[in-house]
Design a protein around this ligand. Structure first.
Ligand code: ZN
Length: 253
């Protein structure tokens, strides 16, 4: 409905591609860390520079390229699917220059979130390496320990979660940016199956359409959590009625 299935399929494809490429990037980061230790005798002064080295490693391993490719290119299909979704719901939208500026700003924020976990990994690895270099670790021990520490960073552990969250936020933000100029109502759209959370199941079964105030409450409800497969979609009131939805001014889920 409203192209939601196609959008979620596109999301899964983006995530699968991202995961595959990220596994390659992570293996490459590990290889480059290892190479650095093979080629250098680490003094405490070197260790204090390791954040710079690690950022170069992220760059060389393709971490930033991968993230930017997802945000700059892979999102494009979603962008056109969102437009067709609006059309099915009764609104023939065009993306204006202002809309595109807002969308680009959002993409910059998202790319920056990935840079932040990169820098924070760099800082913590530098601190650890400095301590190891003061504690008489051999280079081999330092290499092994830093390889282990890298596995614990958010770059290694949470990049996929961050990507999934970023995509969901992008979808809803593009919808919200377009909806600002439209006089429509909101539907809560998505599957209701065994893994649907209680909150989402409760909203879905109301079979209702909402005004923007209620939509905002639903959207920001912490019970949806990060991995929610549902989106709030704007449609014309006529469309909502013709699909059998009735208006509710509030919900308690
Ligand atoms: Zn949900």
């Amino acid at each position: 409905m409203l192209g939601h299935e196609e959008q979620q399929k596109a999301v899964e494809e983006i995530i699968n591609k991202f995961n595959g490429n990220m596994a390659v990037v992570i293996a490459e980061i590990q290889r480059l860390i290892n190479r650095y230790f093979m080629e250098n005798n680490i003094s405490p002064a070197d260790a204090l520079n390791f954040d710079v080295i690690f950022n170069q490693i992220l760059q060389e391993a393709g971490y930033y390229t991968l993230v930017n490719e997802m945000v700059d290119k892979d999102y494009n299909e979603l962008f056109s699917l969102i437009k067709s979704g609006f059309k099915e719901g009764g609104f023939d939208i065009t993306y204006t220059a202002d809309d595109l500026t807002l969308v680009q700003a959002l993409k910059n924020v998202q790319s920056n979130n990935f840079s932040v976990i990169g820098s924070s990994a760099a800082t913590s690895l530098r601190e650890n390496l400095y301590r190891y270099s003061l504690s008489d670790f051999t280079v081999d021990q330092m290499a092994a320990q830093i390889a282990e520490d890298f596995k614990g960073t958010n770059v290694a552990r949470h990049s996929t979660t961050l990507a999934r969250t970023a995509i969901a936020e992008y979808q809803q933000a593009v919808i919200d940016i377009e909806a600002k100029d439209l006089d429509g109502v909101w539907l809560y759209i998505g599957v209701d199956d065994n893994s649907t959370r209680d909150f989402c199941h409760c909203v879905l079964k109301q079979n209702a359409y909402f005004d923007t105030a209620t939509k905002n409450k639903i959207e920001s409800d912490p019970k949806r959590k990060y991995n929610c497969r549902h989106r709030l979609r704007m449609v014309t009131e006529d469309y909502a009625k013709s699909e059998g939805y009735t208006f509710k001014s509030s919900i308690s889920c």
